[in-house]
Each structure stands twice: as structure tokens, then as C-alpha cells.
Design a protein around this ligand. Structure first.
Ligand SMILES: *Cc1c(COP(=O)(O)O)cnc(C)c1O
Length: 225
């Protein structure tokens, strides 16, 4: 099989597995957004993915994302920023990103303010290790309130990565509970960004709406990091 055919086959296999998990959960697959995480892969791979019908791509480093976005500015793409974000980069990320999934600090929220709408997810830290990205569950509400009162930000919901060593279904169950409590103060913030290559089924079963899938679609990343 050629590299193109392999990419296409992996994309189809993942989309089939997503649809199966949605049916298992009694949900409509059409309500899920599958984001292909293209970090470390060249812009040429993103272009191939677009040829296969992909519209949502995820990147975790600003330098890499901004150069790909400018190289591919002829394409209709939604760029999702999913990595740790420094407030001094926030304005620049806003120029190409349609959504930022990794908002976890007051300074970043302020720096993301703007005149055009930007979708925002507040990242939850499920590990208990404060060195990891994301806020603890009890910091979710104050940060969400700040997003709600910041011009140009549209609070979509929560984002999380399942910790290593915890059952993914259980971890995503905690995300679902946090999402439900968030909706009491922000009824429109219904989205849950959760689920990667190894655990998107579990995420879908716990209500994920935005899946961030890399290697299961792209194959191994050219250089790990
Ligand atoms: C890299 C990354 C992903 C995708 O991971 P895979 O295991 O390759 O699917 C998803 N979310 C975040 C935040 C990432 O950094």
C-alpha cells in the first residue's frame, strides 16, 4: 500500500470506530467533531488529509502551527490549538486558531480577549500534579466565569487528557461530572474535548464531543516530543 492509501485507510478505520462507539453510547456520530492532531508532521500531510475530507486539525506548538497555517492558507481549515499556551503567544495564536482547548490560566484568558469570536475550552488537570496543564476541578468555575466575561471568547466547555495509570473510562467520568456542573453556570458550554488515539471510545461513552486523534490516523510522529 502507498503512504497515501495507508493514511486514507487509517482515517476510515478511526471514523468507523468513532461511529461504532457513538452508536454504543446511543449518540449520533454526526454530533462529534474529529480533530486530526498533526503535530510534528509536515504541512504536506495536512494537505493530504484535507484531500481526504479533513477540516479540523490540532496543533500543540505555536511556532509549528503558525508556519503550517500560513503555508496552507489556501485551504479551508479549522485550527485547534491544544498545547500549553503562554500569554505572550495568545494574540498570535488567535490569528489562525478557531479554538483553543488548553486554557488554564487567568493571564491566558485576558490575553486571548479580542474582537472576533474564538472558541475556548477550559482544560482540567486530572492528575493532581500541579506541574501538568489544566486547572483542578474546583478552579473550573472561577476561570469559566472569567472566560464568560471576556470579550471575543466563546466558552464551549471542558478539555482533558486521561492520566496514565488511571482507567480512562473512570477519568472521563470525572470530566463528564465537571462538565455537568459547569453547565449550571454556563448552559451553552456543553462541549467536552476528550479522547485520543488510545481512548476515544471511552471518551465517547462519557460524552466527549471533540476528539483529538493523532497517531491512530497520521501514523507514528516523525520525531517524538
Ligand atoms: C498529541 C496530543 C493528542 C493526540 O495524541 P495521539 O495519542 O497521537 O492520538 C491529543 N491531545 C493532546 C493535548 C495532544 O498533545
Amino acid at each position: 500500500m502507498s503512504a497515501d492509501a495507508r493514511l486514507s485507510a487509517r482515517l476510515t478505520a478511526v471514523d468507523t470506530a468513532i461511529a461504532d462507539a457513538a452508536r454504543e453510547a446511543g449518540r449520533d456520530p454526526g454530533e462529534l467533531t474529529r480533530i486530526v492532531v498533526t503535530k510534528f508532521h509536515p504541512a504536506s500531510l495536512v494537505r493530504e488529509l484535507v484531500g481526504l475530507g479533513v477540516r479540523d486539525v490540532g496543533e500543540n506548538r505555536h511556532q509549528e502551527a503558525t508556519s503550517k497555517a500560513s503555508e496552507l492558507s489556501d485551504l479551508e481549515l479549522s485550527w485547534h490549538f491544544i498545547g500549553q499556551l503562554q500569554s505572550n503567544k495568545a494574540k498570535a495564536v488567535r490569528r489562525y486558531a478557531s479554538a483553543v482547548h488548553s486554557v488554564d490560566r487567568s493571564s491566558v484568558v485576558s490575553a486571548l480577549a479580542g474582537e472576533t469570536p474564538l472558541d475556548v475550552f477550559v482544560e482540567l488537570n486530572l492528575t493532581g500534579d500541579p506541574g501538568r496543564g489544566g486547572v483542578a476541578v474546583d478552579e473550573l468555575e472561577p476561570l469559566a466565569n472569567q472566560v464568560l466575561s471576556t470579550p471575543g471568547l466563546v466558552l464551549r466547555g471542558v478539555m482533558a487528557v486521561a492520566p496514565l495509570g488511571e482507567d480512562a473510562r473512570r477519568a472521563f467520568g470525572r470530566v463528564r461530572a465537571a462538565s455537568e456542573s459547569l453547565r449550571r453556570i454556563a448552559p451553552a458550554a456543553t462541549a467536552i474535548s476528550a479522547g485520543m488515539s488510545g481512548d476515544f471510545r471511552e471518551a465517547i461513552l462519557e460524552g466527549a464531543t471533540h476528539l483529538r486523534i493523532g497517531t491512530a490516523i497520521t501514523g507514528k510522529r516523525p520525531d517524538a516530543g
